[in-house]
Design a protein. Structure first.
Length: 240
């Protein structure tokens, strides 16, 4: 067995092979180090099966390897198990079980787990709905810079769920998330600028934000751009 914090040579060899896209060697080397008790190797093998990296995608095998990793307290594997249970990949969908694994990872500081767990509390999925708990968890996740959590705090501010409705504050959250490239934040912020809600009306800024979201495939943003263009063409025709 490995001493705490010690990485086996086979793990390093596996990592080098993986980055060189030599997946057969990576799997072979990580299987060796996993047998020596290396949690990171177990987790990486789980990811290979979950993503179909060099192996046929196999969610059940992914779950098995994630479970081996969590037996050694691997935080990211706990989060990954939460995802698998939430979406029902490799296991029967079970929101309560997802909440259990997210809680374990969130307690260790995983920003992604904190955000996903907050979403369960916000919607009352697998847990009793608790907006204040959702805000607490989103805030913890946002403090780590997790953009999705920052965006979700903006949504809660805009809707007045768990937080006092405050459109100006929602704008601030959306600005941070939009600047990070989050499509949904770009769209929501564009709507606020287009309507003048929580911010001074600015159709140029709204158009810029809709375009950024549309470039990433956001259908409503694309529709809004088309509507704005048609309105401008109609207004121009009326002036003639």
């Amino acid at each position: 067995m490995l001493a705490q914090g010690e990485a086996p040579m086979s793990f390093e060899a596996g990592a080098k092979a993986f980055h060189a896209a030599d997946f057969d060697t990576a799997l072979s080397e990580w299987t060796k180090s996993a047998g020596d008790g290396d949690a990171e190797s177990c987790y990486n093998i789980g990811l290979m099966y979950a993503n179909g990296s060099g192996v046929e995608r196999d969610f059940e095998s992914a779950v098995e390897w994630f479970q081996k990793a969590v037996e050694q307290g691997h935080e990211e594997a706990e989060y990954s198990l939460g995802v698998m249970y939430q979406v029902g990949f490799g296991v029967e969908e079970d929101a309560a079980e997802a909440a259990y694994w997210y809680t374990r990872a969130a307690d260790k500081g995983s920003a992604q787990a904190q955000c996903n767990l907050a979403g369960l509390y916000e919607t009352g999925t697998g847990v009793t709905r608790d907006y204040l708990k959702a805000v607490e968890l989103y805030s913890l996740s946002a403090q780590s810079g997790y953009v999705v959590a920052i965006f979700n705090l903006g949504v809660m501010c805009e809707n007045g769920t768990g937080l006092e409705r405050d459109l100006a504050r929602a704008v601030k959250f959306y600005e941070i998330a939009a600047d990070s490239g989050l499509m949904a934040a770009q769209y929501n912020l564009g709507v606020l600028y287009a309507m003048g809600n929580g911010v001074e009306m600015d159709h140029d800024r709204a158009r810029e934000l809709f375009q950024k979201a549309a470039d990433q495939g956001h259908e409503l943003a694309t529709e809004n751009l088309r509507t704005m263009e048609e309105a401008e063409q109609a207004a121009s025709a009326d002036k003639k």
